[in-house]
Design a protein around this ligand. Structure first.
Ligand code: TUI
Length: 335
């Protein structure tokens, strides 16, 4: 016989269990499901920075590590994929930068090497969609507008990264705060928020806007496992809130980076009406110079506006655990 008290106790336990289950479901989103990862945190495909060591460290920590193909020759991308496989048995992806003249070859390598997912940047990846979809590669274009998000959904994208202009590197014009909820309302596929997210508060805020995951670049740029030159990391660590500058507005390719001698000269030339060729002279190889050689004065120090919030170098494990602990507490969900 069941006593009334034990029935009530049972019901209470069941309610508590259901509560925990529903809470669990919040950090387990369509993005963790899609990518087969523990935490809905993706690492940006930063040129020169997002190589095998960083990608593997992020994936090993439960996030989604990404190799940034940027302008690397296709053979280098292939080698990076193989190196990453040696360092992790977890899923990882490749970012295909669409302004790269070798993008088509990189797109093919991703398929041949059986990469789980691609993200794309700085353009429309529609021409590669059939190739990737047929091969079962998950496709997550980075978009900077609602129109592009809708176009990508119609083309068969599995998710989109909605990237606000707080981001480092090549940016659009909408902020993360305004872009993410508008993209969430416009598409049915899951949305990952990027731009200006660097801690658990940013993670929670993105989820409140309807995102089901976040992508971070600047925070991972200073990760212990990142090969970023120490001077580049130090520059991000000592950056203040308004230390970044946008170059290239005049010719429609805005790039956010930390203000330095190079950006001052660039902006001065832009104001004088300099042509693209002259401006490009100033930035030729300048990102490599900053990331690899530590030239943070004459080089391009791409970083997002959240750099001012980043105070120390930590391992990817520490970064992800800290964000998940703080973010889940703020959202009132289980990690
Ligand atoms: O791609 C990025 N950020 C990047 S790529 C990059 S590599 C580079 N290096 C030196 C000079 C220039 C580039 C550095 N940072 N983020 C993703 C992103 N994609 N942000 C904005 C967009 C975007 C913009 C326009 C996506 C689609 C788009 O569509 C235009 C079209 O084709 O209609």
């Amino acid at each position: 016989m069941w006593s009334k008290a034990s029935v009530r106790a049972d019901a209470e336990v069941r309610t508590a269990q259901a509560d925990v289950e529903s809470r669990r479901q919040i950090v387990k989103t369509r993005i963790t499901e899609l990518l087969g990862i523990k935490y809905p945190i993706l690492q940006g495909g930063m040129a020169w920075v997002a190589e095998c060591h960083l990608a593997a460290a992020v994936s090993n920590a439960g996030g989604f590590g990404i190799i940034g193909a940027a302008s690397a020759p296709p053979e280098v991308v292939k080698e990076q994929i193989r190196e990453t496989r040696k360092l992790t048995d977890k899923p990882f992806g490749v970012n295909v930068m669409l302004m790269n003249p070798n993008a088509a070859q990189v797109a093919q390598i991703v398929v041949e090497e059986g990469v789980k997912a691609v993200t794309t940047g700085a353009g429309n990846p529609a021409q590669f969609m059939p190739l990737w979809k047929e091969a079962g590669v998950k496709v997550i274009p980075v978009v900077a507008s609602v129109a592009m998000a809708k176009l990508m959904e119609r083309a068969g994208a599995d998710a989109v990264v909605a990237e606000g202009m707080e981001s480092g590197g090549h940016i659009g014009s909408a902020t993360t705060m305004t872009l993410v909820p508008q993209v969430v309302d416009a598409v049915s596929i899951p949305v990952i928020a990027a731009g200006g997210i660097g801690d658990g508060r940013g993670f929670a805020a993105a989820f409140m806007l309807g995102a089901e995951g976040v992508q971070m670049g600047t925070r991972f740029c200073v990760a212990k496992e990142a090969i970023t030159h120490e001077k580049y990391k130090e520059r991000i660590i000592r950056a203040k809130d308004i230390d970044s500058e946008v170059t290239g507005m005049s010719h429609g390719h805005p790039i956010r980076c930390i203000r330095n001698q190079m950006t001052r000269e660039y902006v001065r030339l832009e104001k004088e009406g300099a042509g693209l060729e002259e401006l490009e002279q100033l930035t030729l190889g300048s990102l490599r110079k900053a990331v690899m050689e530590g030239d943070v004065t004459g080089g391009t120090v791409m970083a997002g506006q959240i750099a001012g919030l980043i105070h120390k170098e930590q391992t990817c494990e520490e970064i992800i655990q800290e964000i998940m602990t703080d973010g889940s507490r703020l959202l009132g969900v289980e990690k």
